[in-house]
Design a protein around this ligand. Structure first.
Ligand SMILES: C[S@@+](CC[C@H](N)C(=O)[O-])C[C@H]1O[C@@H](n2cnc3c(N)ncnc32)[C@H](O)[C@@H]1O
Length: 622
């Protein structure tokens, strides 16, 4: 797996006979979010007449030459080492099988198992051993080949991996007592060299177990991506391939069937996970979540944010949550006992939570105490943007080296440049302007200024035309070659605002009285109602940190993403509900950058006791 979790080696040059256009991503940063998923069975308008969207699978015979070639291209990628493939540690696999209740002491002889992407067989091999053990336990004998034929269905797309694992499985089956011929025949029955997302699968399953591939959309040939989009409603925005893997796996579960996966946890909170969260919270039981971040779940160290997720095809109910388990046989055995107990003990590391999965909202997976307090505040207070505040992001130019320079040296008409505030200017907690400015090519009323009436600006831009015109936005619209990617709204400069950098472990909230224009990696908050110094005190407090921490995906090292989507969800009272005394207290705390005073004021304002706030703060520290 690569650093982003991608599994397939798609960096090789394309075979000469394939049309490059077919492999150019059709999902770009600018259009991906506008692509609406098309539902199965929908009738859509095609070039000539109407086209019926096909069924979930795409049998081999029905695949176009281009689809076949795209699959072949992925199937013949480099070897496991070259692809940096990662494998789940055996003790983690055994733990997932136990958590899914796929245990040899249970009668597994009639049950059906699916492994959607078996790789080196890390799940299949222990699973096969458990199935044989269960036969001996239940029936006092070994199963025949015939009796095992419907037990397992497993897919692997990468041909060399498929072949290698097939041989390993044949040898295990022989060790378990089948003849060589039966072992070969059974493996051929079980193992499918195909794309799990398109393969025809008639059965439903009692268990789907595995570690689905992580492949970013940009790495999937567009012909295939189109086929996936037709079939999977969860392939939304920039969703990674593991998302439709989960959707298809869930859709193949029989009644009370169980899915046990280890995969990235990002979808549980981020934008692209929304439709999958909704699908699960509407119709499935999100049973167990084990946060594996900061543990060694894989045989090689990788930058990933893994979680073990157990979901069953049952009505929604409570979720058992565990964090940072000790990765060892004994550690998992102990945790297994705690999680299996009906009265799951409540600590902030292992607990049972109600209402974790609520529609497409980010799922709250923090500590039990933290979730309780946050849910209470959500019920009592409106979100920031319903309290008269607005969250935005600063300007992206697309070519900072052309549009941004020392303010004094920008030789353009004085109304064509703005003082720019960047992350560097606010590192000390107040704006300490380092003197940069940004060119403003926009009229105050919107639209671009006429360069003929701004000769200095015209010269400045034309001197840098090569850089400016090479931007994607300029090439798409050559007439407007000198626009910045984001429109500049000069009135924002003179508006008092709070500035917040994206990645910071701390709530780093800085006040600008209305002197600067924000650069693109700064978010800003303006308000028609709230006094911004008072709001700053709330945002600097441990409470806001807890809101962000619980809504956002955490980064390694404990950093949180202070992004607009999470900032907007912070709860604040309506301004007219804040007493004069409280306003003065908040304002003073923020002006002095006194975090303790901010926390004290916030406790009073939200009717929290200080212990609750302390527990909120502690739960945000990984
Ligand atoms: C993260 S590995 C997991 C392997 C195994 N389940 C494990 O835990 O070790 C993912 C596997 O999925 C395979 N794969 C990728 N795309 C696939 C697809 N569309 N259908 C089936 N397998 C696929 C990759 O070749 C890789 O072996």
């Amino acid at each position: 797996m690569n650093a982003d979790g991608g599994e397939l080696d798609v960096k090789r040059p394309l075979p000469a006979h394939l049309n490059l256009d077919d492999f150019l991503p059709n999902v770009t940063a600018s259009n991906h979010s506008t692509l609406e998923p098309i539902k199965l069975g929908d009738t859509v308008q095609a070039m000539q007449g109407e086209l019926q969207i096909p069924f979930p699978s795409l049998p081999f015979a029905g695949r176009s030459q281009k689809v076949k070639e795209a699959i072949d291209y992925l199937a013949s990628g480099g070897g496991v080492e070259a692809r940096g493939a990662i494998f789940t540690k055996p003790e983690v696999v055994e733990f997932i099988l136990d958590l899914s209740n796929c245990v040899a002491t249970r009668d597994l002889t009639r049950l059906k198992f699916l492994e959607p992407s078996f790789g080196g067989g890390d799940f299949l091999l222990p699973l096969i051993k458990r199935i044989f053990a269960s036969w001996r336990e239940e029936k006092g004998r070994n199963p025949t080949r015939k009796e095992l034929e419907t037990s397992i269905t497993a897919f692997e797309l990468h041909k060399p991996t498929f072949e290698h694992t097939r041989r390993v499985i044949i040898s295990l089956l022989a060790q378990e007592g089948l003849t060589d011929t039966d072992a070969e025949m059974l493996a051929s029955h079980w193992l499918h060299h195909d794309d799990f997302l398109l393969a025809p699968i008639e059965d439903s399953f009692d268990f789907v177990l595995g570690n689905p591939p992580y492949v970013r959309q940009e790495l999937i040939p567009p012909t295939l991506l189109r086929e996936y989009r037709l079939r999977f409603k969860t392939l939304y925005d920039r969703a990674d391939i593991y998302i439709p893997f989960i959707e298809r796996s869930l859709s193949l579960l029989g009644p009370s069937g169980t899915l046990g996966f280890i995969c990235a946890d990002r979808w549980m909170k981020n934008k692209y996970g929304g439709p999958l969260r909704k699908m699960i919270s509407d119709s499935f039981h999100f049973k167990v979540y084990v946060d594996m971040v900061n543990t060694q779940a894989f045989q090689t160290e990788v930058v990933a944010y893994p979680a073990i997720t157990i979901i069953s095809n049952d009505p929604p109910s409570t979720t058992k949550i565990a964090k940072n388990p000790t990765v060892s046989k004994d550690g998992f055995a102990k945790l297994m006992k705690q999680l299996a107990s009906d009265e799951c003990p409540s600590s902030d590391h292992v607990y049972t939570a109600k209402d974790v999965a609520v529609s497409s909202q980010p799922w709250l997976l923090g500590g039990a105490t933290q979730i309780g307090i946050i849910r209470k505040l959500e019920a009592e207070f409106p979100i920031l943007e319903n309290s008269g505040c607005k969250v935005g992001i600063g300007v992206a130019t697309g070519a900072d080296r052309a549009f941004i320079a020392d303010f004094d040296k920008l030789d353009v008409e004085s109304d064509r440049k703005l003082r720019l505030v960047r992350t560097k200017d606010i590192s000390g907690g107040e704006v300490n302007w380092l003197g940069k400015g940004v060119i403003n090519p926009f009229c105050d009323s919107g639209g671009l200024v006429d360069l003929e009436s701004h000769p200095k600006l015209k010269k400045y831009l034309e001197d840098r035309k090569e850089i400016i015109s090479s931007r994607h936005c300029a090439q798409k619209n050559p007439k407007n070659w000198y626009r910045t990617i984001d429109r500049i709204t000069p009135s924002l400069l003179a508006t008092p605002k709070l500035l917040i950098p994206d990645i910071k472990g701390q709530s780093h909230i800085v006040y600008d009285s209305g002197l600067f224009y924000p650069h693109h990696n700064l978010y800003y908050i303006v308000s028609s109602h709230w006094d911004l110094r008072c709001l700053q005190a709330i945002l600097m407090s441990s409470l806001s940190r807890a809101f962000i921490s619980i809504y956002s995906t955490k980064m390694r090292g404990g950093f949180m993403r202070f992004q607009a989507q999470y900032l907007r969800r912070i709860r604040v009272p309506a301004w007219d509900q804040v007493s004069g005394v409280m306003r003065a207290e908040l304002c003073e705390a923020a002006a002095n950058r006194d975090i303790d005073a901010c926390n004290e004021a916030v406790c009073k304002l939200y009717d929290l006791d200080i212990d609750e706030l302390i527990s909120l703060h502690e739960s945000t520290i990984i």
